[in-house]
Write a protein that binds this ligand. Structure first.
Ligand SMILES: C[S@@+](CC[C@H](N)C(=O)[O-])C[C@H]1O[C@@H](n2cnc3c(N)ncnc32)[C@H](O)[C@@H]1O
Length: 265
């Protein structure tokens, strides 16, 4: 028989033999934004998310991370999770019947919560700041990390899983993409960034790339900080920054520039 939960403030720690609890490195905190990650490499987490602001916030219970070890849902003595592609070809494909069990544990039980279920995939919609904002407004996100040739298409069809890409390149697995997307989302949650303003002014927050930044020393290798930034004139500084933002966006990202122009028409 399992022991009753031990209460530690808002945190309830319960001993259970369910695979997901064994993979969880933080206790369950009700109502907290939660990233759930289905992966063959749970020890890759929290990875870089355990550092700096996201790491401190994780320790402080401002968000939580749960990993679901795909291997523990595998079939037979060897816990097989994949098989050869139907129709032939190179590599292996993650089985739908194995993924289904992991998804049931990670996602389907969480009734009444709003968390998108996504598959990290180079074929997916490109992840961007707007998506991070939407995910930050939800109760969390459930991510399926692929490996090998990817997943059986039927799992995506059956559960209406959204495919999301980190960019137009192919990695060996979804774990790095998952960490990048979780990082971008978690820093938008209330109370995570030390200076709440920094999320307001940074790149993409208003459809523009950020202006250049400088710090001490005022002179370095013959290069000076633009005078206006040392003037103490806040209106002029804001005007200069806006102008630089516009110039850099126009020069580097014509797509963002056009979108901005269209939104003004
Ligand atoms: C080698 S890739 C599979 C690539 C797949 N055969 C294709 O051509 O689209 C293995 C896994 O890495 C992850 N992955 C690779 N590139 C990614 C990207 N750009 N964004 C998100 N996930 C990616 C996916 O989860 C994918 O299932």
């Amino acid at each position: 028989m399992s022991k009753p939960p031990r209460a530690a403030g808002r945190i309830a720690v319960q001993a259970t033999l369910k695979p997901r609890e064994l993979m969880t490195d933080t206790p369950d905190i009700a109502g907290t934004w939660t990233a759930k990650v289905i992966t063959l490499f749970p020890t890759a987490f929290p990875g870089v998310l355990g550092e700096s602001l996201t790491g401190k916030a994780l320790k402080d219970g401002l968000w939580q991370l749960k990993t679901y070890d795909l291997r523990s849902y595998g079939i037979g003595k060897h816990r097989n999770v994949d098989d050869t592609p139907a129709g032939g070809g190179a590599g292996m494909v993650l089985r739908a019947d194995v993924l289904e069990k992991a998804i049931a544990d990670a996602h389907l039980g969480a009734r009444g919560t709003t968390a998108p279920l996504v598959y990290l995939s180079p074929r997916g919609r490109r992840f961007d700041q707007a998506m991070a904002r939407n995910w930050a407004r939800a109760d969390g996100v459930t991510m399926l990390c692929g490996r090998f040739e990817g997943v059986d298409e039927r799992i995506l069809q059956r559960y209406g899983i959204q495919e999301v890409s980190l960019g137009d390149f192919v990695m060996t697995g979804g774990e790095i993409a998952a960490q990048a997307m979780i990082d971008a989302t978690v820093r938008l949650l209330p109370g995570i960034l030390g200076n709440a303003e920094s999320a307001v002014e940074e790149s993409f927050s208003n459809g523009l790339l950020e202006h250049p930044q400088y710090t001490k020393p005022a002179e370095w290798q013959g290069l000076s900080i633009p005078e206006v930034l040392l003037s103490g004139n806040h209106a002029k500084i804001a005007e200069w920054r806006k102008q630089m933002s516009l110039e850099i966006t126009k020069e580097r990202r014509p797509d963002l520039w056009e979108a901005l122009k269209d939104s003004e028409d």
